[in-house]
Design a protein around this ligand. Sequence first.
Ligand code: HEC
Length: 105
Amino acid sequence: MNRSVVIGAVLVLVAAATAWQLRSPGWGLSEAEVIAAERRGRQVFLSSCAPCHRGESDLPGQDELQSDYSTREIAATLDKPPAGMAVFTGTDAERRDLLVFLNGG
Ligand code: HEC
């Protein structure tokens, strides 16, 4: 195999791995696991967050949470909910699925 083909293939792999890292913040999930987690996380969002964060009030709705908040910020909010926000009572798995769904990264 010609050397530039090998270098090209390595660059493509590095780019793909980087894009994947940006999408999935450190949980080491496969693509199929991310899709499944997003599906479950959506249900968690609808039952635990959407009653207040429906995007109609001053509170950020789903789109805003996904685009304007990082995973770290959302996780910190869940750990220390501001006045008026319900304490998240889901399991660790539900919490992770929710963060994957919101995917602020
Ligand atoms: C009982 C209503 C209620 C529920 C349920 C709720 N929140 Fe909140 N949330 C609030 C209120 C009130 C604030 C504070 C808004 C402020 O002070 O500006 C807030 C703030 C936030 C913020 C920070 C917004 C900011 O800019 O500071 C994030 C992120 C957030 N909520 C995410 C969530 C997620 C994710 C869930 C689901 C697990 C959730 N919330 C469930 C009422 C709720």
